[in-house]
Design a protein around this ligand. Structure first.
Ligand code: NAD
Ligand code: IPM
Ligand code: MN
Length: 342
């Protein structure tokens, strides 16, 4: 039997993951869920351990992981998120963060211009390097002469493989987003790898945008994008932006994957939303659709399609949480998706 690790995490994480598990059970997946509900901010604050080696081994021995969100206002350092989420991304070498943004229903678009609303793109975010590499430190710490340095790491190997993934999933084209007009070394290495990747994929239409212009165009003409490939930081920011343009971050799903090992960590794009945690209004669709992405990757494409269709029907019927204009609670949305599944 396939074992899936589940890390509900913090804030709304457990609330939305509960509904993802309810609908996956309802689908009759027969998956076994190994729930690590002790991996959370309270444990980190009490013990100083974000993710133990024992838990890391449980994750890596499983067929995939579903994560809610990690983050808590009581935790002010980056060590907690680094110790759970970023550790899993880097130690499992999940170098692609695949973040689709697709408008599920025209009424959800925040855009005025109907012609340009129909966003259906994927942000391919490099997921193991960049500013997230954790290389740097503070000189003269504590003094008024303190200097904080975080190196942005870009390797040929890392850029090349994420570009290759972007080309491999392109339907209408690939757009490279960088800041090579200002960022000297990394910018030129991305451009070199981009030139080589374009040569290897001569049939794929390509475009290039600086990240500031890309942010603008994601609002003014989002339907023009297919695959956007970019570094870790820009991908983080643009995927929240694209999610909102697609109707709301609460319904945005993502997959952290290594296309070669096949391992994946699936999570909604949103965080632990402490502002609404405990109120019962968190949108579970991002978590549910992350579950669908997991099912698709572990060879259960039919179940994944059924789940995605059920989510679409639920949204079209207006059976949503307040962030999508509805008046349902988290659990009621889970029940509505389940009902659509029949
Ligand atoms: P956030 O995504 O948690 O919240 C941003 C806004 O979106 C808030 O107003 C929130 O109420 C709303 N929102 C988010 N998800 C929603 C949902 N499912 N339904 C309805 N509304 C939703 O971002 P933040 O406030 O910057 O971060 C809060 C904490 O989460 C921080 O500790 C941050 O580090 C962490 N975080 C974790 C992840 C992750 O684990 N993958 C991702 C992003 C942020
Ligand atoms: C995300 C989150 C994380 C990131 C944080 C929690 C470290 O924002 O998954 O998008 O920046 O990657
Ligand atoms: Mn983010």
């Amino acid at each position: 039997m396939s074992v899936i690790t589940v890390i509900p995490g913090d804030g709304i994480g457990p609330e939305v993951i509960e509904q993802a598990l309810v609908v996956m059970d309802g689908l009759g997946t027969g998956l076994e869920f190994d729930v690590l509900d002790h991996v959370n901010a309270s444990t980190f604050l009490r013990t100083g351990v974000a993710l133990s080696d024992v838990d890391f081994r449980r994750v890596s021995a499983s067929q995939g992981t579903l994560l809610g969100a990690v983050g808590d206002p009581r935790v002010t350092s980056s060590e907690y998120a680094r110790g759970v989420l970023l550790r899993l991304r880097s130690d499992l070498d999940l170098y692609v963060n695949h973040r689709p943004a697709r408008l599920l229903d025209a009424r959800l678009s925040p855009l005025r211009d109907e012609q340009r609303r129909n966003i259906d793109c994927v942000i391919v975010r490099e997921n193991t390097e960049g500013l997230y590499a954790g290389i740097g430190g503070i000189l003269r710490s504590g003094s008024t002469e303190a200097v904080a340095i975080d190196a942005e790491v870009n390797t040929y190997y890392g850029i090349d493989r994420v570009l290759e993934y972007a080309f491999s999933i392109a339907r209408r084209g690939v757009c490279l987003v960088d800041k090579s007009n200002a960022v000297r070394s990394g910018g030129s290495l991305w451009q070199r790898c981009w030139a080589e990747a374009k040569q290897r994929n001569p049939d794929v239409p390509v475009t290039h945008l600086y990240v500031d212009a890309a942010a603008m165009k994601l609002v003014s003409d989002p339907a023009s994008f297919d695959v956007i490939v970019t570094n870790n930081s820009y991908g983080d920011i643009l995927s929240d932006l694209a999610a909102e343009v697609a109707g709301g971050i609460g319904a945005a799903a993502s997959a952290n994957i290594n296309p070669h090992t096949g391992y994946g960590l699936y999570e909604p794009v949103h965080g632990s939303a402490p502002d609404i945690a405990g109120t019962g209004v968190a949108n579970p669709l991002g978590a549910i659709l992350s579950g669908a992405m997991l099912l698709a990757r572990i060879g259960r494409e039919e179940q994944a399609r059924a789940l995605t269709r059920a989510v679409e029907a639920t949204v079209t019927a207006g059976r949503c949480t307040p962030d999508l204009g509805g008046d349902l609670h988290t659990k009621e949305v889970g029940a509505a998706v389940l009902a659509e599944l029949g």
